[in-house]
Design a protein around this ligand. Structure first.
Ligand SMILES: [Zn+2]
Length: 246
């Protein structure tokens, strides 16, 4: 059971949104943040566009395996964790994909009129999130995860909430320019990895454990549980709108 936490001081959105590529090809792994996250040009996405447009199914398969994946990062409090009780009551950065993001969106923007809209990131009116992780056909599946009924976090104790809020991690650094290699750097790496052919193995990298960054400028260790995801731009406009309304 986890609780999504609100924006830290000086930030407008309680999540960071990052595209990345992670795949293995002839010359090794290509694991890089995708500059399209911050509006830049990405040599890998350019290669994929060419493959996609070639009209060959086999090229499309390669493009699929190399495409950018969308991840979100949010601060969370681990409310309870029977398997890892030492994590309970601690703040982590949580990395999640489109499936869970969609659940957040539908909590904020319910599909039916009789459903109450909640802001999961709210200390007082938010709700705990029950993470239910299953293996379905060899893949990690989060579909059964759901929000509990709205409740005050830490019984609404202002002092405890403030201490909690101050222990959260900044999210801005995920989308700082320094977090992305230049076009030329990526192109060089890509040439090494792709080699002369486009053969590859479709594998994905996952990190399974909660990680607590030890310093605020440490982005390397901030990966938490990892949900593979598809591209999902659909939700963004809603969140941008929401952020602008604040
Ligand atoms: Zn890219």
């Amino acid at each position: 059971m986890i609780r999504f936490l609100p924006c830290v001081e000086g930030e407008d959105v309680p999540w960071a949104r990052v595209f990345s590529h992670a795949f293995k090809s002839k010359g090794g792994w290509f694991i890089e943040n995708c500059p399209t996250t911050i509006g830049g040009k990405c040599p890998m996405c350019e290669v994929n566009n060419e493959l996609w447009n070639s009209g060959l199914e086999s090229d499309k398969d390669v493009a699929r395996s190399q495409k950018r994946k969308l991840s979100y990062y949010s601060n969370i409090l681990v409310v309870s964790d029977a398997a890892n009780p030492e994590n309970e009551g601690k703040v982590f950065l949580y990395k999640y994909g489109k499936r869970i993001h969609d659940k957040i969106v539908s909590a904020m923007q319910p599909e039916f009129e009789d459903e109450e809209s909640i802001n999961p990131f709210d200390f007082w009116k938010g709700a705990d999130f029950k993470l239910k992780i299953r293996q379905v056909a060899g893949f990690t599946n989060y579909d059964r995860s759901e929000f509990a009924a709205p409740s005050e976090l830490l019984d609404g104790d202002d002092e405890k909430l403030e201490a909690l809020w101050k222990s959260q991690y900044p999210l801005k650094e995920f989308t700082e320019e320094s977090n992305f290699k230049t076009y030329d750097e990526l192109k060089r790496r890509l040439t090494q990895v792709l080699g002369s052919t486009q053969t590859h193995t479709a594998e994905t990298v996952t990190a399974d454990d909660f990680v607590r960054p030890t310093t605020s400028d440490n982005t390397e260790s901030s990966e938490v549980r990892n949900e593979s995801s598809d591209d999902g731009d659909d939700a963004l406009s809603y969140f941008q709108k929401l952020a602008n309304e604040d």
